[in-house]
Design a protein around this ligand. Structure first.
Ligand code: NAD
Length: 294
């Protein structure tokens, strides 16, 4: 009997890569339900599998922000339930907070937090009845520590961490293992697909000069960080594959090599000020923080 895997956000990046890897498994151990908002984008997946849809793959339409689409996906599985549920769909938002519109903030939470919660809700009853399974969730290093100009994105991934950590406790007696995969920068179209807070740059020009300058420096830092340190999708997939295969996968897997000045500053340390200082200095260099007012 094949292991049934359902993955959200398979039109690109990590979801696409994972669907291809599992569907192309030489021993054909997996039946992959690769889901995406727009099925027309399934072409890339099929191309990567040599232009055909093998019996190890089924494409399903699934928009995690739409409960009807979720209900339809459940029906399309015709009584099968996922042994492995991979909640991977996610969207970024990088901008000074003043520039993040109500609509942008809500859209990010709608996908990253509520989208994941409702995907799990849809499949959990069947997984619980089966008393076995795994839930893998694409989180982020930004779900463990705050990142400059990623306030809303990090807030959504922190929320995701809390959601899943809480669930993991209750799922233990059901033999369902929860694993959060925290990636750092990965070579995908994630940045291009991120929500555009300010497409024409007008709002940025309306901000105070100092924030504009910090933001520009941050964007340069990001570009450099991606050049120097971004991981390939395959490296990240290895972590997902291990979490699928391990008898007792861990709750958290950080795929990324954290930059040296930040690596030892684990979240939850006694003094968050150390982290804020270290991250500031890492991105903007030392000695830039405003003097404290007496
Ligand atoms: P990506 O943009 O290629 O993939 C995200 C996928 O989610 C896309 O296929 C997109 O269509 C899909 N998606 C967005 N909204 C959706 C919705 N409403 N319903 C269904 N699918 C939807 O980028 P990626 O790097 O492959 O991102 C995958 C996950 O990894 C995301 O959750 C992201 O937050 C996380 N992550 C990525 C990075 C990175 O640097 N690439 C770093 C940390 C975490």
């Amino acid at each position: 009997e094949k292991t049934t895997v359902l993955i959200t956000g398979c039109s690109s990046g990590i979801g696409l890569g994972l669907a291809v890897r599992l569907a192309a498994d030489a021993a054909r151990r997996f039946k992959v339900f690769a889901t995406m908002r727009d099925l027309a984008k399934g072409e890339q997946l099929l191309e990567r599998l040599g232009g055909r849809c093998p019996d190890t793959l089924e494409l399903l339409q699934l928009d995690v922000t739409d409960p009807r689409s979720l209900a339809a996906a459940v029906r399309c599985m015709r009584g099968r339930h996922p042994d492995v549920l991979v909640c991977n769909a996610g969207v970024g938002l990088m901008a000074p907070l003043e520039m993040c519109s109500e609509q942008a903030m809500r859209a990010v939470f709608e996908v990253n937090v509520f989208g994941t919660a409702r995907t799990i809700q849809a499949f959990l009853p069947a997984m619980k009845r089966h008393r076995a399974g795994r839930i893998l969730v694409s989180s982020s290093v930004g779900g463990l520590q705050g990142l400059p100009f990623n306030a809303v994105y990090c807030a959504s991934k922190f929320a995701l961490e809390g959601l899943c950590e809480s669930l993991a406790i209750v799922l233990r007696p059901f033999n369902i293992h929860m694993t959060l995969v925290e990636c750092g920068p990965v070579h995908t179209a994630f940045m291009d697909n991120a929500w555009r807070a300010d497409p024409d740059g007008r709002e940025l020009r309306a901000l105070d000069a100092e924030t504009q300058q910090l933001y520009r420096r941050y964007l340069q830092h990001c570009t450099q960080l991606f050049l120097d340190a971004a991981q390939e999708v395959d490296e990240v997939l290895q972590v997902f594959l291990e979490a699928i295969a391990a008898p007792r996968p861990p709750l958290r897997c950080i795929t990324a090599r954290l930059p040296a000045p930040l690596a030892r500053l684990r979240p939850g340390g006694p003094d968050g000020a150390d982290y804020v200082r270290a991250m500031h200095d890492f991105v903007f260099g030392p000695g830039e923080a405003a003097e404290e007012q007496p």
